[in-house]
Design a protein around this ligand. Structure first.
Ligand code: BGC
Length: 745
């Protein structure tokens, strides 16, 4: 269908719709049909499936979420298409954050691969599975910059840096959507949550964000701009107040920035119940006012659990609080998205084909490669890793997370298949089969149970409380096991339900008795490899001094255990890099690589009375099984004008004895100008894989887009005249540098 035909068809439908049908088209309901029995009492949710079905029959539902069963999707779709005179198909949306059936490593992990092709491939797998079951739209990627690891949703994003964040956002949108909205086997992508959600005060999820003009444009908005430039057809609002105005009622954000400045032509959806919440915020007078004001600020569709504010839009139109043309503009966008996605031509899904696609082994390969390439080797004293399978008779695997399928997958997934999830214990067992004796002990309690959340109602998601677990005896048993083994692999971290939405922490310490376990195991004298399962930096001060090898495996997904074993035994070399600065302690946060310089910078290592001012591991840090050397950093000219481009090259050598990967990173610093600029900003990176002794020339170019920044005084983008320093290396502390100057024409 051509764009002109799409527009004409949307117009034709719009002309036949009543105001109530238009309001319905702008409403998205949670449909808990599959969960009717388990949902009772969870988080005070009210969503009666039969009530949703009734409005569906009236043609007053634009979209549904939380249905993933193809038969159920077809049933609901039939009601919408055959049961109403206009037959407008329903758009089915879902949180496909890191896979549907095949669970990829969590998004922060995939970002740590710094491999944008892989990230794109991963989300293409997720899209293919989602589309196969009848979903058309994912509420992803989450492109919120996260600089405070107390905030649990850090796990869903790409970390602290806007440049990396923008590249990852673009790759995810391309993976989900393909070339354009409507590409076969792909889904509509909805970057979220516009904007500043990650800046919640105190890292407390949903709390207000006060973000300066400079931080907003230079840090928080670039990943959104990149996602839109990649063609994202949808955007989701955020829950919190942004600078005193609820994001979901923020006309400046959704109309002036999103539509007028960025030229966005897709549709905007609210976060769940965020329109109703405009009343909670003390912003809207009542639900009618909330609906009217959200719509007027540019929020086309309301995501609602039960009783939507947008159901009152007809009343608001009647009262003159909303112009029907505003309603029409939103409906047009939603109908056009449905037409572009091909819903009118093919509203139903092939259930047999769905089963086939979900079982595609190629998807598991992508998940495994994702887990291998996202792992970050934080420390490897004396080259303890890789383990030499030939010389080990016994391996002790310790820690409850090593044997937990559900935790291996991480938060924010629902349709997983636990039977095909490979834990770290299983992965090591399979790999060592016949060569070493692998023994296991959890050592500490297998589950940490917090407050039951919305996600716990999904079958298999709620952590099970262990019965009859004798803490002291189990700890002692684990230590005995370690003492008798040639090597101890300890897996420590956070249980998956301790991170994610509504899961902030006030501490970054290893929960439970895990540090005590680690210390006791290390005290046996058996060499220890620490594997960290996490989605945020944890307090590893003790381990970073006393444990020789530390590998961050994140929540590695369906094939996690296989990937981890391949890394441990050296079938593949780790090459991931941290997408955030790793603080020593929670007291240092927020802490980022791209901070500015100020009074007494030489004192910056001693600003805390009781702690260093440096991180435990810098942004971009990550080792491999071979060292890399950098030389010959050069710029192709000494000076450029503000519209010019400079080419940078560097020679990178694998100085080790085996194939390994390095992420070559370029950092930039503007020496002076009309604002103070960060000491270093990431402005280029490339992941390279080099054979033993191989040297490669890696090239970057820096043009006006890399050199400009948002100047809060000018309230505009500026390109200052200044000398610039360039560093290239393997992390944010790279020492090799050169410089060039931007001069007047
Ligand atoms: C989250 C969104 C998510 C939505 C639907 C909300 O609570 O903030 O990110 O897409 O729920 O599940």
């Amino acid at each position: 269908m051509t764009e002109a035909a799409i527009r004409a068809r949307a117009e034709e439908l719009l002309a036949q719709m009543t105001v109530a049908e238009k309001a319905g088209q702008l409403t998205q309901y949670f449909y808990f049909g599959a969960l009717a029995e388990t949902q009772a009492g969870v988080g005070g949710l009210e969503s009666d499936p039969s009530a949703v079905e009734k409005v569906l029959g009236r043609g007053e539902v634009g979209s549904l979420l939380f249905v993933t069963d193809p038969a159920q999707i077809n049933g609901l779709q039939r009601r919408a298409v055959d049961g109403h005179r206009l037959g407008i198909p329903v758009l089915f949306g879902f949180d496909v954050i890191h896979g549907l059936r095949t669970i990829l490593p969590v998004p922060i992990a995939m970002a740590a691969s710094w491999d944008t092709d892989l990230i794109e491939r991963g989300q293409a797998v997720a899209a293919r599975e989602a589309r196969a079951v009848g979903l058309h739209w994912t509420f992803a990627p989450m492109v919120d910059i996260a600089r405070d690891p107390r905030w649990g949703r850090m796990v869903e994003g790409a970390g602290e840096d806007p440049f990396l964040g923008a590249q990852v956002a673009r790759a995810q949108v391309r993976g989900f959507q393909g070339e354009a909205v409507g590409t076969p086997e792909r889904v509509l992508a909805g970057p979220k949550h516009l904007a500043g959600y990650g800046a919640a005060l105190g890292g407390r999820d949903y709390d207000e964000a006060d973000v300066s003009d400079s931080a907003l444009w230079n840090v928080y908005l670039p990943p959104f701009a990149a996602a839109l430039a990649a063609g994202a057809g949808n955007v989701m609002t955020a829950y919190m107040d942004l600078n005193g105005i609820p994001a979901t009622g923020n006309r400046w954000l959704f109309t002036e920035v999103l539509r007028e400045t960025w030229g966005f032509e897709g549709f905007v959806v609210s976060d769940a119940n965020a329109v109703r919440n405009l009343v909670t915020h003390g912003f809207a007078r009542d639900l009618t006012d909330a609906g009217a004001r959200a719509l007027q600020s540019g929020v086309d569709m309301e995501m609602a659990i039960g009783d939507p504010a947008y159901a009152r839009l007809p009343e608001a139109v009647e009262q003159g609080a909303v112009d029907e043309r505003t309603l029409d503009a939103g409906v047009r966008r939603v109908l056009e998205a449905k037409l572009r996605l091909g819903l009118f031509d093919a509203p139903y899904v092939d259930e047999d084909r769905a089963r086939e696609i979900l079982g595609d082994p190629a998807h598991r390969d992508v998940a495994r490669i994702g887990a291998e390439r996202s792992a970050v080797l934080l420390r490897n004293e004396g080259d303890l890793l890789p383990l030499d399978a030939g010389t080990l008779d016994s391996i002790a695997v310790i820690g409850p997370l090593a044997d937990s399928r559900r935790d291996t997958l991480g938060p924010w997934c629902f349709d997983f298949d636990l039977d095909e999830t490979v834990t770290v214990l299983e992965g090591i067992r399979r790999h060592a089969d016949g060569t070493a004796d692998v023994r296991y002990a959890p050592g500490v309690r297998p589950a940490q149970r917090g407050t039951p959340s919305l996600f716990d109602m999904w079958p298999g998601n709620a952590p099970e409380d262990p019965e009859g677990f004798d803490d002291d005896a189990e700890l002692a048993r684990a230590v005995d096991l370690a003492r008798d083994a040639d090597v101890a692999v300890v897996l420590a971290g956070e249980w998956q339900n301790m991170i994610g939405e509504n899961a902030s922490r006030s501490s970054l310490e290893l929960p439970g008795r895990q540090l005590e376990l680690l210390q006791a195991v290390a005290a046996t004298g058996t060499p220890v490899v620490l594997l960290v399962m996490n989605g945020r930096p944890l307090d590893l001060r003790w381990a970073a001094e006393h444990v020789p090898a530390i590998l961050d495996i994140w929540y590695p997904g369906t094939q996690g255990g296989t990937a981890v074993a391949n890394l441990l035994f050296g079938d593949v070399a780790p090459g991931g890099k941290l997408p955030f600065t790793w603080p020593r302690t929670v007291g240092q946060v927020p802490m980022v690589a791209s901070h500015t310089r100020s009074h007494e910078p030489e004192n910056q290592h001693a600003r805390y009375w009781d702690e260093e001012s440096t991180p435990l591991f810098p942004f971009g840090h990550g080792l491999s099984y071979a060292p890399f050397r950098y030389a010959g950093l050069a710029v192709d000219r000494d000076a450029i004008t503000p519209d010019g481009t400079i080419n940078v090259s560097v020679e990178v050598t694998n100085a080790g004895g085996r194939q390994a990967d390095e992420v070559v990173q370029l950092y930039l610093h503007q020496r002076h100008g009309t604002a103070s600029r960060p000491v270093r900003e990431l402005k280029g990176f490339e992941r390279v894989s080099l054979g033993a002794g191989e040297t490669r020339t890696v090239r970057f170019s820096l043009g006006p887009a890399e050199l400009r920044y948002w100047n809060a005084a000018a309230r505009d983008w500026v390109n200052d005249l200044s000398p610039f320093d360039v560093w290239v290396g393997g992390d944010a502390t790279a020492g090799l540098s050169t410089s060039f100057e931007v001069t007047g024409a």
